[in-house]
Write a protein that binds this ligand. Structure first.
Ligand code: ATP
Ligand code: MG
Ligand code: MG
Length: 349
C-alpha cells in the first residue's frame, strides 16, 4: 500500500509521518484533538474519538495499512480498524504493554529476567507483601513515573496503595541498578528482526533526559540486552517496532522493566546518527520492505527539551554538532516534551 494510517497525533506520529514521506508514502492521522502535530506533516487528518466507529471507518478507508504511536490506544480501537485494514503491530502487543502484571509475566515467559514482583489487589496482598524496599506502580496508565511510589515497609505500602486509589497495582523490588538501557527492535512481515545499538538512558524527575550511543557497556551485557529485545519481538510475533527498557546491575545482570510497541524516545538518536532511523524502520516493517541497516554513523547523545527548555532553541541552532528537532507544540508546560537535540559528537562532561 502507499498510504499509512497513524492512530495518535503526537511527536512519535509526527516523526513517523516525516520518515514515511521521505520514502514516498502518504500518511493520514487519526486523533481526538482539534489540532495534531502529526497531522501538520501528514496528507490527511481524521478527527474523532477512539470509540467512534464511523470516524474510524472513514479513516481506515483512506489508508492501506495502520499503525499506532502510543501504547494506550484502546484495544477496541485497533480491533475496529483491523476489520478494514491490517494494523501493524496488532492488538497482541497492546494487550501485554497496557498492563504491568501481564507485561512482567510475558517477559518471564519469553525468557527475560525481571525484578521480583507481586500483585497488589487486596488488603491481604498488602498484609503479606515482602518485596521491600519496593516500588508500587498502578498496572495501567502510568507514564513518566506517574502512578508510582517507593515503599520500604507494609505501612508505607498501605498508605501508598490508598493514595493510588486502591487500584490494581504491581509491587516490584527496587533494583539497585548501575544504569538503564533500551533495546529497540524492528521485525518485518517475513519475521526478520533487527535490534538497534543499545542506548544508555538517563532519567531526571522520572522523565527520560538523555540517551547516549554507544553506551560504553561491556559486550556481554550488550549481547544480553539485544537478545532480550529480539526474544521479545519474536514472542510477540511482532510486525513493527518494540522498545524494551532494561536495568543493568553492577554484577552485569540485565532485568527487563517495561516495553512499548512503538517508536521510543530513547531511539530518537537514530534520526541523526544511524544508517536507518527507528521511524523509517517502522515504516519499512509495516509496509513489507526489507529492514534498513542499523550501523552507528557517529557517537551521539540525544537530549530531551522538556518544558521551557525548548524556548532556548536558538542556542542549539548555533551549536555546530547539535541537531535540533522541535515538535511544533504550543505551550511549554513543565514536564512536556517539546523537542530534542542530538549531539553527533558526544560532549565531554
Ligand atoms: P515511561 O515514561 O518510561 O513509560 P513509566 O512511568 O511507565 O515510565 P517505569 O519505566 O516503569 O515507569 O519507571 C520509571 C523509572 O523509575 C525507571 O526508568 C527507573 O528509573 C525507575 N524504576 C522503575 N521501576 C524500578 C525498579 N523496580 N527498581 C528501580 N527503579 C525503578
Ligand atoms: Mg511506561
Ligand atoms: Mg519507562
Amino acid at each position: 500500500g502507499s498510504t499509512i494510517g497513524i492512530l495518535g497525533g503526537g511527536q512519535l506520529g509526527r516523526m513517523t509521518a516525516m520518515a514515511a514521506a521521505r520514502l514516498g508514502y502518504r500518511t493520514v492521522v487519526f486523533a481526538p484533538e482539534a489540532h495534531s502535530i502529526a497531522a501538520d506533516v501528514s496528507a490527511g487528518y481524521v478527527q474523532g474519538a477512539y470509540d467512534d466507529g464511523d470516524a474510524l471507518g472513514r479513516f481506515a478507508a483512506k489508508v492501506d495499512v495502520i499503525t499506532y504511536e502510543f501504547e494506550n490506544v484502546p484495544e477496541s480501537t485497533v480491533a475496529m480498524c483491523a476489520r478494514y485494514k491490517p494494523v501493524r503491530p496488532g492488538t497482541a502487543p497492546l494487550f501485554v504493554a497496557q498492563h504491568r502484571l501481564r507485561e512482567k509475566a510475558f517477559f518471564r515467559d519469553s525468557g527475560l529476567g525481571t525484578a521480583d514482583y507481586q500483585p497488589i489487589r487486596t488488603e491481604a496482598d498488602v498484609a503479606s507483601a515482602t518485596a521491600f524496599p519496593g516500588i508500587l506502580k498502578t498496572c495501567t496508565e502510568g507514564y513518566d513515573g506517574k502512578g508510582q511510589a517507593r515503599v520500604s515497609s507494609r505501612e508505607d505500602l498501605a498508605s501508598a496503595w490508598n493514595r493510588l486509589g486502591r487500584r490494581e497495582c504491581i509491587l516490584e523490588v527496587l533494583v539497585d541498578f548501575d544504569c538503564e538501557v533500551s533495546a529497540i527492535v524492528a521485525r518485518g512481515l517475513d519475521g526478520q528482526a533487527r535490534c538497534f545499538p543499545i542506548g544508555l538512558n538517563d532519567h531526571r524527575d522520572g522523565i527520560l533526559r538523555t540517551t547516549t550511543v554507544p553506551s560504553g557497556l561491556p559486550a556481554e551485557t550488550l549481547t544480553i540486552a539485544e537478545r532480550y529485545g529480539l526474544q521479545l519481538a519474536e514472542k510477540l510475533d511482532l510486525v513493527g517496532l518494540v522498545a524494551l527498557e532494561m536495568f543493568v546491575t553492577s554484577d552485569g545482570k540485565v532485568l527487563a522493566n517495561e516495553m512499548a510497541p512503538r517508536p521510543h524516545n530513547s531511539g530518537h538518536w537514530t534520526l541523526d546518527a544511524c544508517a536507518t532511523s527507528q521511524f523509517e524502520q517502522l515504516v519499512r516493517a509495516i509496509c513489507g520492505l526489507p529492514l534498513g541497516a542499523v550501523d552507528i554513523l557517529a557517537p551521539s547523545r540525544m537530549v530531551n527539551l522538556i518544558g521551557p527548555e525548548a524556548d532556548d532553541w536558538a542556542r542549539y541552532v548555533a551549536e555546530p554538532t547539535a541537531r535540533l528537532h522541535l515538535y511544533g507544540k504550543g505551550k511549554a508546560r513543565p514536564g512536556r516534551k517539546m523537542g530534542h537535540v542530538t549531539y553527533v559528537t558526544v560532549p565531554q562532561e
